[in-house]
Design a protein around this ligand. Structure first.
Ligand code: F6R
Length: 609
């Protein structure tokens, strides 16, 4: 959602704040603002618009001061206006605040504060926090903020500065992410690690209900009761370069092209020739794989699609009954979690509010939780019993691409591990499964290197307004994911369906203007059925684009366009079939003049419910 950064240094911070907030723009991009303290006064600039546009107008780097905050907004309360952009202030403009989250009781607090004479300049929920801090202005800024936070319901990650304590930066969090970066006579706060990677790789993860005071020399962390807390400094192994475009026009394209590498990183040291080596990583949640009776996967969006494919893998190869749930639905039911059930929470960011809530619900009911997560130190990683990091590196593009294929890789590794340790798959089959996965990075490389045909196809279709995606079996979730990618970045209406379900409704939509993307890879189970579905579409004049297995020449006669992917085992085809669909969505968006890195209304990390 919103992105926040704060820096206290010995040098001018505005250029650093600008650099950092640009790296967080993927979290929200409808408004931007910056505030510094200079000559004991707050000096701020903010407006609605993307960072580059607002910076061209307001020149953020010319703000003076060695302490400051910046914010990139994704509106929740209050329209997209200059007044609602952060920072927000108290009445006297001594205190400035940036916030990510939602103050749920802001209405009641605002009325109460107004009755006591506070005047408000925005329609945001955030502004109440600045006025609540002001109410305790006799205290130092740490205590004043701490007291104000006791009044809040909802979620927050905040950065606060005050002219009265001009050498202190205050940060606090509850349910919204915040990381503290430790520098050399300078310290940082940010919503996410990539923002501060160019400055430091040493970080402290703030927990819920913690508040920190940063000076140039040190960082102190307290509970909301004011009691000091001991925190560990964690070294991050991401490289700042990974969070750059490195010559690609967009992060989305860069991340699609990175997949051979990110998949290899997910595999890492987790496979020998004949074994999957997950014992240590899985032990906290699954001390004995034989005891798992049932798995429940919880996730949102693209991660949920990965979960659907995981279900297929786990049932087919490890023979464990598996259910996949939208985290946002799971948490509001009263789910039955019998003994022997383990829950798998899948999340790129590790900060998706609904997935966190589902994880907590599962733990409350006694289940052990395995997290499949990309971001180290994230809430889901910290709160789970075992963490399987996907190691895809920072994913900046709002539409998830490399994180998805890394999640699939991780789920496959977990599946084969469980199949092996439950005695389901014999050793020769384990070897074959491992060999199949080893081929995937090269095969993905082949697809991205031959992207010309995908680009050409996008040229034919970018003016269409609708598309249908069909798949069966393990590739049905790929139809959902292909449609989601197209929707997200190009704003075309696209729907994913199980191919056979088409007859039960969506077939009514098919005419000679409707492109239908069909995942029609060659396998013994569904291929001939999918060919029948293709015939049904063609009989109604639909335009069929098939994702087919290399060497399948006959399919050319049956469809209008074919994109080939290399052959591998059926269970691994989603890792290959996803890639041309990601590229297709990317090029349709770009040809239609859209910025795929900043789709309207979307935010990378959905930290509100
Ligand atoms: C789609 C996309 C979203 C995320 C979803 C969950 O391209 O990125 O649908 O997959 O918001 O996010 P994580 O995986 O961070 O929990």
């Amino acid at each position: 959602m919103c992105g926040i950064v704060g820096i206290i240094s010995e040098k001018e911070v505005s250029p650093l704040l600008l650099d950092a907030i640009r790296r967080l723009e993927y979290r929200g991009y409808d408004s931007v603002g910056m505030v510094c303290i200079h000559q004991n006064k707050l000096s701020a600039r903010k407006d609605a618009g993307k960072i580059a546009e607002v910076d061209a107008k307001l020149d953020f780097s010319s703000l003076k001061g060695a302490i400051g905050l910046a914010h990139s907004r994704w509106a929740t309360h209050g329209g997209v206006t200059r007044a609602n952009a952060h920072p927000h202030y108290d009445c006297k403009q001594n205190i400035a605040l940036v916030h990510n989250g939602i103050v749920e009781n802001y209405d009641e607090l605002k009325k109460e504060l107004q009755q006591r004479g506070h005047s408000f300049s925005s329609d945001t929920d955030t502004e109440v926090i600045a006025h609540l801090i002001e109410e305790n202005e006799a205290d130092d800024i740490l205590d004043a903020t701490r007291k104000a936070l006791h009044r809040l319901e909802g979620s927050y990650a905040i950065g606060v500065i005050s002219t009265k304590n001009a050498d202190e930066l205050i940060a606090a969090r509850k349910e919204s992410p915040l990381v503290i970066g430790i520098g050399d006579r300078e310290n940082f706060i940010a919503s996410d690690i990539p923002a501060i990677l160019p400055f430091t790789k040493k970080v402290i993860f703030l927990e819920n209900g913690e508040i920190a005071r940063l000076t140039r020399e040190k960082v102190e962390v307290f509970g909301l009761d004011g009691i000091p807390k001991k925190k560990t400094i964690v070294a991050i192994d991401w490289d700042a370069k990974q969070a750059e475009k490195q010559g690609y026009p967009h992060f989305m394209l860069k991340e699609i092209f990175e997949q051979p590498f990110s998949i290899s990183e997910t595999i890492g040291e987790r496979m020998s020739e004949q074994d999957i080596l997950l014992d240590k990583e899985i032990q906290g949640a699954v001390p004995n794989p034989m005891e798992i009776k049932r798995l429940i996967i919880v996730a949102c969006g693209t991660s949920w699609h990965a979960g659907l494919i995981g279900e297929f893998m786990l049932e087919e190869l490890a023979k464990i009954p598996t259910e996949v749930e939208y985290a946002s639905e799971f948490r509001y039911r009263d789910p039955i979690i019998p003994d022997g059930t383990a829950v798998i929470a899948i999340s790129q960011s590790g900060e998706t509010a609904d997935t966190i809530a589902a994880l907590r619900e599962a733990k409350k009911k006694g289940a052990k939780v395995i997290a499949v997560v990309n971001v180290e130190g994230s809430t889901i990683a910290r709160e789970s019993d075992s963490v399987l990091f996907t190691h895809a590196g920072p994913e900046i593009g709002v539409a998830s691409t490399k994180a998805f294929t890394s999640q699939l890789t991780m789920l496959y590794l977990l599946t084969v591990y469980l199949a092996e340790h439950r005695g389901i798959l014999p050793q020769d089959q384990i070897r074959n499964r491992i060999r199949d996965l080893r081929k995937i990075p090269h095969q993905v490389q082949e697809i991205v290197e031959n992207q010309e045909s995908i680009k050409e196809l996008a040229e034919l279709f970018f003016r269409h307004t609708n598309a249908l995606y069909l798949g069966r079996g393990i590739n049905y979730p790929i139809a959902l994911e292909g449609a989601l990618k197209l929707k997200e970045v190009s704003y075309l209406h696209a729907e994913g369906y199980p191919a056979a379900e088409m007859k039960h409704g969506p077939i009514a939509l098919i005419d000679e203007k409707m492109p239908v993307v069909v995942i029609a890879t060659k396998d013994t189970r569904t291929y001939t059925k999918v060919l029948s579905n293709i015939a049904e579409v063609k009989a109604r004049g639909g335009i069929v684009i098939a994702i087919a297995s290399a060497g399948d020449n006959e399919i050319k006669e049956k469809v209008d366009h074919v994109l080939y992917i290399p052959e591998n085992s059926y269970i691994l085809t989603p890792l290959l079939a996803a890639v041309p669909l990601q590229l297709f969505a990317y090029y349709v968006a770009v040809l239609d003049g859209k910025d795929p890195d900043k789709p309207v209304n979307l935010a990378k990390s959905v930290t509100v419910e």
